[in-house]
Design a protein. Structure first.
Length: 254
């Protein structure tokens, strides 16, 4: 039904069924406006994906409380998740590998069944995106601290930080940053469940500020260790030269 790439996000949301299958996630949270690779190996989840591919390609991705539970029951799954459109599926020796686009935040309002897989009645739950001076101030601060974190990560191109300024929607901005941030699973879920975009930006500013401090300390420690190592090597080589000149046993430099 929605397999065509020509189907817009707005069209899908307008025709969205009220009942959908729910695929529990381990160790990850599905944020709107992101693209996710998802591995599927549990038999009931494989069945869910295969049937979705023959239907409307839609599934709700909701995070499990305990990633060690293979087949969580409704009371073991968060009720705020992401509406996913399955873009493609490939089979491998461990099950299925699929790529999904997360279209919107949704909430589970009623569980409908557990067999052959979890099913629920859902409602679309867009975040409340404020348009006020505080929103603009938080946006600027979020971009600033995100760019500072990127600058401390040598393997990340600086263009990544510059690209953030081009993202117009504060919702998209905060989800884009959160999807790539170093965060605990509980903090990721808390961000998704927070309704206010301003509140989300405050959470991310605090999270990235802590990460910036950690990276700065790590960078300083690494620099000091490197300098100490070079200094130790110089002293060792000098000592070896003196011993060699005196006819003593020569040590090998590391």
């Amino acid at each position: 039904m929605f397999a065509s790439n020509e189907t817009s996000r707005e069209d899908i949301l307008e025709q969205l069924p009220s009942e959908l299958p729910v695929l529990p996630l381990r160790n990850m949270v599905a944020y709107p406006f992101t693209v996710l690779p998802v591995s599927v190996g549990i038999p009931r989840s494989v069945k869910l994906v295969n049937e979705a591919m023959h239907s409307n390609h839609l599934v709700v991705l909701a995070t499990s409380f305990d990633p060690e539970v293979d087949e969580p029951t409704p009371d073991q799954v968060h009720t705020t998740g992401g509406l996913a459109l399955i873009q493609r599926v490939a089979q491998n020796d461990k099950g299925l590998q699929m790529v999904v686009t997360i279209l919107e935040r949704v909430k589970i309002v009623e569980w409908l069944g557990e067999e052959p897989y979890l099913r629920a009645r859902i409602e679309v739950a867009p975040d409340a995106e404020e348009e006020d001076p505080e929103a603009e101030a938080l946006r600027r601060r979020l971009i600033e601290v995100a760019q500072a974190v990127v600058a401390l990560m040598p393997n990340v191109p600086s263009e990544v930080g510059q690209f953030l300024e081009q993202v117009e929607s504060n919702r998209a901005l905060v989800y884009m940053i959160a999807a790539n941030a170093n965060m605990e699973l509980a903090a990721r879920q808390e961000l998704l469940e927070t309704d206010s975009v301003n509140a989300k930006m405050r959470l991310m500013v605090a999270t990235l500020a802590r990460e910036r401090e950690v990276l700065a300390v790590h960078q300083k420690t690494s620099s000091s260790t490197s300098s100490l190592s070079r200094s130790t090597s110089v002293r060792l080589l000098a000592g070896n030269a003196v011993r060699a000149a005196r006819g003593g046993r020569q040590l090998e430099a590391a």
